[in-house]
Design a protein around this ligand. Structure first.
Ligand code: ATP
Length: 387
């Protein structure tokens, strides 16, 4: 139907990128990116009117999103060539044709288009031997300046590699390493790097990708003081095992912060300040990190010897999810289970009728710090004996 509308307003229309890649791989993909040779916004408005969809235009980028009544979305772009004024910055956009549009994409596997206009419906446009790379499982850049244009592609390469179990092609790898060593990744904003890491963390096997980031030296350019040792790998493995359980109990847990508890361990203050600035960690997060780091050994042995909840409470109080995640990196399955029981006790224990006022009346006390101490003691007791 999209193609029919393309004919009606005389514009060639293609579906491109990840959708085509996954179609050829026989993998479902509901992210539809459409490219129009002509004005993409005008096209989106026309389709929106015919199909009663909302059009959200982004004038500056010549793109628009069509949002249908059932929530289904299609992104529409204008075939374009992008000029990067400076590496790592958002591109300047100029109108151009489908071939050039495909040429500016990240990797060959993402650089194919399928025509949608009725006269050529379903025809694959493959200018750069992309299909062959896809069949052979190869991640290849389209030109030698690719990683300089957008250094986050180094991270994307690893993501696609581990998602499909593909291999980064040799020449691409060479250029990647060269550009990495020339510190191009450092020119990109922390927000964009973080976004790409977050996409990796949404994958089914994030640890495999993180290992590969470490192996290729990319991780060092993101977490400059992190040494990816076998111990570090084990810690992350435990964190990934524990993380879903924490997410069942707390909302809005960031996977990026979760792995950062381990990756940022033992950083000096100066580098930590730099990391906070670059990746936007909240101050509270960094404080928890330092706390857990300092208390790790006693806490680990308290949990392993299954000390009472009230004793643990004296050290971490109600804690917070990132403290628990960080702890989980040091605990075997049994330790993690005990920690989880502690978390559940914290989340389910309340001093219902017992308030400051109640304590003052019952013990005939005036208000003061002692009231709080009594409340805390009562709470800790209740953790051990819920009834
Ligand atoms: P996913 O399946 O994870 O959504 P995707 O390939 O659809 O993967 P998107 O980030 O949604 O990834 O991007 C859509 C398309 O836009 C890609 O297929 C690729 O062609 C192009 N693209 C995205 N990011 C870049 C980039 N940094 N550089 C060049 N091309 C990109």
């Amino acid at each position: 139907l999209i193609g029919v509308y393309g004919n009606e307003i005389k514009m060639p229309v293609y579906v491109v990128g990840g959708f085509v890649r996954d179609l050829l791989l026989n993998i479902p993909n509901y992210d539809i990116d459409v490219v129009v040779e002509g004005n993409g916004i005008e096209f989106a408005k026309y389709v929106g009117k015919q199909l009663d969809a909302i059009v959200v235009p982004y004038e500056k980028f010549y793109t628009a999103t069509l949002v249908f009544k059932d929530g289904f979305k299609i992104d529409v772009a204008t075939a374009r060539t992008e000029y990067y004024e400076k590496p790592g910055e958002l591109p300047q956009v100029d109108v151009s044709t489908i071939k050039k549009d495909l040429y500016r994409r990240d990797f060959t596997i993402n650089a194919m288009a399928i025509k949608l206009n009725p006269n050529e419906f379903g025809v694959l446009y493959d200018f750069f031997n992309c299909q062959k790379d896809l069949e052979e499982g190869i991640i290849r850049i389209l030109h030698n300046l690719s990683f300089i244009e957008d250094p986050t592609r180094m991270i994307r390469a690893v993501r696609f590699e581990s998602r499909y179990n593909f291999k980064i092609e040799e020449h691409t790898l060479e250029i990647l390493k060269r550009n990495l060593e020339a510190n191009y990744l450092e020119r990109v904003s922390g927000a964009r790097i973080r976004q790409e890491i977050e996409k990796i963390l949404e994958e089914r096997q994030p640890l495999i990708a993180i290992r590969r980031l470490a192996e290729l030296g990319i991780l060092k350019h993101i977490f400059p003081k992190t040494y990816y040792t076998p111990t570090m790998d084990e810690k992350l493995e435990r964190v990934f095992r524990f993380l879903p359980l924490v997410k069942q109990r707390y909302q809005n847990i960031s996977d990026f912060y979760a792995i950062s508890t381990v990756l940022l361990e033992f950083y000096d203050k100066e580098t930590l300040d730099f990391m906070r600035n670059r990746y936007g960690y909240p101050k509270k997060f960094i404080e928890s990190l330092k706390f857990t780091e300092n208390m790790m050994l006693p806490l680990k042995s308290m949990i392993e010897s299954q000390l009472s909840f009230s004793d643990i409470y004296k050290v971490i109080g109600k804690g917070n999810p990132y403290i628990f995640i960080h702890l989980s990196a040091y605990l075997d399955d049994e330790g993690q289970q005990y920690l989880l029981r502690y978390i559940d006790a914290i989340l389910n224990t309340k001093l219902e009728k017992v308030t400051g006022k109640y304590v003052m009346e019952k013990f005939n006390l005036k208000s003061g710090p002692v009231i709080n101490e009594i409340l805390e003691t009562l709470y800790a007791m209740k953790l051990d004996n819920p009834n």
